[in-house]
Design a protein around this ligand. Structure first.
Ligand code: ATP
Ligand code: MG
Length: 198
C-alpha cells in the first residue's frame, strides 16, 4: 500500500515497482497511466486478459455505481484466472470508507491463494480510507506531505513486514526501509517507468 499527499510520487513508485511484471492489470480510473512503458491501453473490461501488461481505463462519464459494478466484474474474472499483479492507482475511486466491491475485497483477502499480488495507492488518511486495505497490507510506503501522523500509522500497520517512508531530496524521490528513525535508505526511485506525453 502506498499512502501520500498529491504529488508525493505514489504513481511513479508503483509503476517502478511493477516494471518487471509481465502479467499486470492497472486499474487507472484517473487516466494517468495510458502511456505506461510496455503496456497496452484498453477500455472494454472484456479485453482484460490478466496475461499481459495492460492498463484499463473506464469509458468516460460512467456513474459511480456503474463504474464500481464494472470493477467488481473485472475483479471476479481476475479471481477466476489468477496469477498476476493488480495495480490500483487511486483506491478512493474504486471504494468508499464503507464499501469495497465484493470481488476487490476478495482479491485483498484471498488473492494470495490465487497468486494475485496487489499494489494500491491512496491520498486519503487512515480515517477516510477503508481499514480493510490497511489490514491486508504487507508493505507500506508513506509519501511525504501526507497529513497522517506517523504515530497513527504505526498503530494501524504494526503487522506489516516493512514500512517505508518516501522522502524527497535533491529533486529525487527516495524510499527507506523502515519507518522507525533512522530510516535506512534503499534507493532513489528513477523516473521513466511512466512514459510521459511529449
Ligand atoms: N522518483 C522521482 N524523481 C523525481 N521526480 C519524481 C519522481 N516521482 C515522481 N516525480 C515527480 O512528481 C510528480 C508527481 O508524481 P506522481 O504522479 O507519482 O505523484 P502521486 O503521489 O501519484 O500524485 P497524485 O496523488 O496526484 O496521483 C511527477 O509528475 C514527477 O514529475
Ligand atoms: Mg498518482
Amino acid at each position: 500500500m502506498v499512502v501520500g499527499g498529491t504529488g508525493s510520487g505514489k504513481t511513479e513508485l508503483a509503476a517502478y515497482l511493477t516494471r518487471g511484471c509481465s502479467r499486470l492489470i492497472v486499474i487507472d480510473t484517473n487516466k494517468v497511466l495510458g502511456g505506461l512503458v510496455g503496456a497496452q491501453l484498453v477500455h472494454d473490461p472484456e479485453e482484460v486478459t490478466f496475461r499481459s501488461r495492460q492498463v484499463w481505463q473506464p469509458p468516460p462519464g460512467l456513474p459511480t455505481k456503474v463504474l464500481l459494478e464494472m470493477v467488481d466484474r473485472l475483479c471476479q474474472r481476475g479471481m477466476e484466472v489468477g496469477d498476476f499483479m493488480g495495480f490500483i492507482d487511486e483506491l478512493a475511486s474504486v471504494s468508499t470508507s464503507q464499501t469495497i466491491p465484493p470481488w476487490l475485497a476478495a482479491w485483498l483477502r484471498q488473492g494470495r491463494a490465487h497468486r494475485i499480488g496487489m499494489i494500491y495507492c491512496t491520498q486519503r488518511d487512515v480515517g477516510a480510507s477503508n481499514p480493510e486495505f490497511f489490514a491486508q497490507a504487507q508493505h507500506l510506503y508513506v509519501g511525504h506531505s501526507t497529513k497522517m501522523s506517523l504515530e497513527t500509522l504505526r498503530k494501524r500497520v504494526d503487522h506489516v513486514d516493512r514500512a517505508t517512508t518516501l522522502g524527497y531530496a535533491s529533486g529525487r524521490f527516495l524510499f527507506y526501509e523502515n519507518m522507525q528513525p533512522p530510516p535506512r535508505l534503499v534507493g532513489p526511485v528513477p523516473l521513466g517507468s511512466i512514459r510521459r506525453a511529449a
